[in-house]
Design a binder for this molecule. Structure first.
Ligand SMILES: Nc1nc2c(c(=O)[nH]1)N[C@H]1C(S)=C(S)[C@@H](COP(=O)(O)O)O[C@H]1N2
Ligand SMILES: [Mo]
Length: 199
């Protein structure tokens, strides 16, 4: 008979088991931005989903905040080798934005205020695996970390978690984003150490 409760087993998962290969844990929250930090007022912020046919669905800040909100605690992994355990976020799962969108697309290009882009398979955004996050550790997400809102896709390297997110474009063909087109891995699974093209 197994004498451990599932709760105990969950908590006993060692930090080493949560560290993907080639990563080190950090307590700090490094800022990694490819350019200047855009300042995006929530009054003008919008999140837009564009289908492969060019149909658009947009949410203002107020509309986004009126959607069902979720709290989530996640380990995040940057390709520069830091990992941060148990980060606390609040936001809206991508499912809420995509449920009424009709599409035959299998891929997504996420774009940011400021011009950053990143690509990923549509299914990696669904089923509670990704959020538009606006709150970190109980406070509004700071501009340096992507505020007012960023994508959060914790199961992939953190470059996929676009800061200052402004929209998604659904595509039939995979279309490499900013880092993906200069040698970063197209998918970026930290557990398979998919850092660079060819890994
Ligand atoms: N818009 C935008 N999003 C971005 C980036 C960026 O330069 N611009 N950098 C990515 C990278 S490489 C990482 S590791 C994380 C860093 O997020 P942080 O600065 O909150 O740690 O954001 C990702 N999202
Ligand atoms: Mo990164």
């Amino acid at each position: 008979m197994n004498s451990f409760s599932p709760g105990f087993r969950g908590r006993s998962r060692s930090l080493a088991d949560r560290l993907p290969p080639g990563q080190y844990p950090t307590e700090s929250f490094p800022v990694l931005s490819a350019g200047p930090t855009p300042r995006v007022p929530t009054e003008t912020w919008a999140f837009t989903v564009t289908t492969e046919l060019g149909d658009t669905h947009s949410w203002t800040w107020e509309q986004m905040m009126a959607l069902p909100q979720q709290e989530t605690v996640q380990d995040i992994h940057c390709v520069t080798r830091w990992s941060k355990f148990d980060t606390h976020w609040r936001g809206v799962p991508l499912d809420a934005f995509l449920e009424d969108v009709e599409t035959a697309a299998d891929y997504v290009v996420v774009s940011s205020y400021g011009g950053y882009t990143t690509n990923l398979p549509l299914e990696d955004l669904l089923d509670g695996k990704a959020w538009i996050a606006h709150t970190y550790d109980g406070y509004p997400l700071s501009p340096e970390h992507g505020g007012p809102a960023r994508l959060l896709v914790p199961h992939l390297y953190f470059w996929k978690s676009a800061k200052w997110v402004r929209g998604l474009r659904l595509t039939l063909e995979d279309d490499p984003g900013f880092w993906e087109s200069v040698g970063y891995h197209n998918y970026g699974d930290p557990w398979r150490e998919q850092r660079n093209w060819g890994d």
